[in-house]
Design a protein around this ligand. Sequence first.
Ligand SMILES: Cc1cc2nc3c(=O)[nH]c(=O)nc-3n(C[C@H](O)[C@H](O)[C@H](O)COP(=O)(O)O)c2cc1C
Length: 218
Amino acid sequence: MTARTIPLPSPDLYYPASGVSVVTALRERRSQHEFAAEHLSLTVLGTLLNESAGLTEVFGRGTPSPGRAYPVSCVVAACAVDGLPAAFYRYDPREHTLAPLDTEVAPREWLQRVLANRTIADTEAAHVFAVGDPRSAEQHFGPNADRFLMLEAGQLVQSMLLVAQHQKIGACTIGRFDQAEAQALLGPATGGGPVLHSAAFGHYPEARVQSAAHRSAA
Ligand SMILES: Cc1cc2nc3c(=O)[nH]c(=O)nc-3n(C[C@H](O)[C@H](O)[C@H](O)COP(=O)(O)O)c2cc1C
């Protein structure tokens, strides 16, 4: 671990039931296109990452990976997370740490330029990008490499959406971003791989907190 690496709260082996079942989470999941001006806690972000992408001896990984190759990494653009300077970080799924990327680029401004949806970029607290390692994929999957990278990235983001819903955190899966810009900034940190998919996270705005659908999951 380098001096600047940030440990995330340990995965909770007895992750408490929030009362939101998988079926309820699926029924209540809706893309959130605007978020409250409230920071996410490091625990919420850590849980999102740990439960979807984290690798533990006890649980393996929440999201499946062909042949347990795990060729898709998570890069976080943290805009408003308590205890986390606004910056880009690579998630280490075994150590449960965030390592800053070697860049001075400000995440909010960058997201505002790169995402097609400006309101999301203006208000989200954190954005997670799924970045593939094509060499690992080629080595493990051969002719299926491109397809398996995309499939794993999709499953990874879906896991995050469900964990977000479980925590009653707003989320939106985001496929429309400037591929070339994303690749240029995030690719080198992850072996130069393609930026495959992404999702935005933040607290619900007041209107959604008040909605009947949200209250029914309480
Ligand atoms: C692969 C994929 C890419 C998407 N990309 C975006 C996006 O770039 N921006 C956005 O606002 N929503 C995006 N969405 C969200 C869809 O627009 C949304 O799921 C759809 O409108 C249905 O609404 P719901 O998610 O609330 O059910 C994407 C969804 C998928 C599955």
